[in-house]
Write a protein that binds this ligand. Structure first.
Ligand code: FCB
Length: 446
């Protein structure tokens, strides 16, 4: 199967940015060359990671990055999205770790030499453990520490970076990490989750200030994950449940960025004693203009009213699901983009992650992942449809360059367009990777 889009589509030209994405903790390894982070601590607790694994070695990318870069080049991408490990580049006293910074400088220079644009995420969940010991994202001070980290990185990287994202998916850091506790640091408390979310958003705003000063020519923004909500039935109750779920889970992060406030429906749902403490001026810092919005899309949510919790979620009968159990629903990506465009004054949008975990089989040196390939095809078409409907989408990144540490699900879930044999660290481009490479390389020069 080939990836195909209508010839007239902006997505079929070289003006649209295509890339692959990774994150530091998920691929780097070499944990002994950096400070411990909250994911090291979390992984060391029994029962947290489904296969009992950790990020100590991961894809050994720190040692194999030149080979990985050669793979990225073979994929014909315009851009590579990766994250910087805060605990690798800063000592606990805030001074620079030059060895860590030099790793990223070498990577950036090599990307530049190949003409591949660097999309750098500053925070993809690996908070230094010493900051968690001081309260982590529940502590307002962490937002200012993040600003100092963003300042160090952006001053060091100079003009090598095409685009910065302050945070990747603050929903996961705050909600999964502090409110329900299935991600690091494993705290399950609503007040903690909502306060962490506020401090993450404040950290984003404070970091934007230094990025716009230190790196005014890069595209500076943030990456949010969103699953649009659909009612299970057309009853008013289910429609209200879907709207509440969207606001409570996802617009909690978008509404402050674009409208300087938390969504009223979600605030009304959360007991007053779990509301975040907000200081004067915070919402204006959070809501300063973005050069772009990054969106990560994997699936939708189907919700029904539940008197106890407000909303419950179900996967529709007969739905096609990935190895994560997530429904394959490309229309959700079109609906998400058009819905956000109607609700907010959006800057240009990049799809910064999209992809699927599938049960891959390596046979005779090949992975024939046709179902992942079909997922990419249908979701690229969904982005095309959103652009045709007037949404300004300028790029798309496949998650992920290669199989990696999938957080609480360890190494059992494979999202890569490149297969990784963890015993030998051998990389094999899957059929989906070959098809994407052919498509990226076939675009017209418009
Ligand atoms: C996103 C994360 C990314 C990866 C994918 C599957 O939530 O940003 O690191 O785990 O999901």
């Amino acid at each position: 199967m080939k990836i195909q889009l209508p010839a007239h589509s902006p997505l079929a030209t070289n003006t649209f940015t295509y890339g692959v994405a990774t994150a530091a903790f998920q691929i780097e390894g070499a944990a002994d060359q950096r400070l411990p982070c909250i994911w090291d601590t979390f992984c060391a607790q029994p029962g947290t990671i489904s296969d009992g694994s950790n990020g100590l070695i991961a894809c050994d990318h720190i040692n194999r990055w030149r080979d990985d870069l050669a793979l990225i080049e073979q994929l014909n991408v315009d851009a590579y999205r990766f994250s910087v490990s805060w605990p690798r580049v800063m000592h606990a006293d805030g001074s620079p770790n030059h060895a860590g910074l030099n790793f990223y400088l070498a990577l950036l220079d090599a990307l530049g030499a190949k003409g591949i644009k660097a999309y750098v995420t500053l925070y993809h969940w690996d908070l230094p453990q010493h900051l968690e010991d001081a309260g982590g994202w529940q502590n307002r001070e962490t937002a200012y520490k993040f600003q100092a980290y963003a300042d160090l990185v952006s001053r060091t990287f100079g003009d090598r970076v095409h685009s910065y994202a302050t945070l990747n998916e603050p929903f996961c850091s705050a909600y999964l990490g502090y409110e329900v506790g299935i991600h690091a640091p494993g705290i399950a408390c609503q007040k903690a989750g909502r306060q962490a979310a506020h401090h993450l958003l404040l950290a984003h705003g404070l970091a934007m200030q230094v990025l716009q000063k230190n790196s005014p020519n890069s595209l500076n923004g943030i990456v949010l994950n969103m699953s649009p909500g659909y009612p299970k039935t057309q009853s008013l109750e289910d429609q209200e449940a879907a709207a509440l779920a969207e606001d409570f889970l996802f617009h909690w992060y978008a509404e402050p960025l674009f409208n300087c406030r938390y969504p009223a429906r979600a605030l009304a749902h959360i007991p007053a004693d779990a509301h975040p403490h907000i200081e004067t001026g915070d919402m204006e810092i959070i809501g300063q203009p973005l050069d772009y919005l990054g969106l990560n899309y994997y699936t939708r949510g189907v919700y029904h009213a539940d008197p106890a919790t407000g909303f419950g979620e179900t996967i529709p009968n007969g739905a096609q699901v990935t190895d994560m159990g997530w429904e394959v629903f490309p229309q959700g990506l079109t609906d998400l983009l058009t819905g956000l465009n109607a609700r907010y004054a959006l800057p240009p949008v990049y799809i910064t992650e999209n992809g699927a975990a599938m049960k891959d089989q390596l046979r005779q040196g090949e992975v024939n992942d046709q179902s992942r390939l079909a997922y990419f095809q249908s979701h690229l078409r969904a982005v095309h449809n959103a652009v045709a409907a007037g949404v300004d989408v300028q790029g798309y990144f496949a998650w992920s360059l290669m199989d990696n540490f999938e957080w609480a699900l360890g190494y059992e879930k494979r999202f890569g367009i490149v297969h990784v044999d963890y015993a030998t660290q051998k990389r094999t481009i899957k059929a989906s990777g070959h098809a994407l490479a052919a498509f990226f390389g076939s675009r017209s020069r418009d």
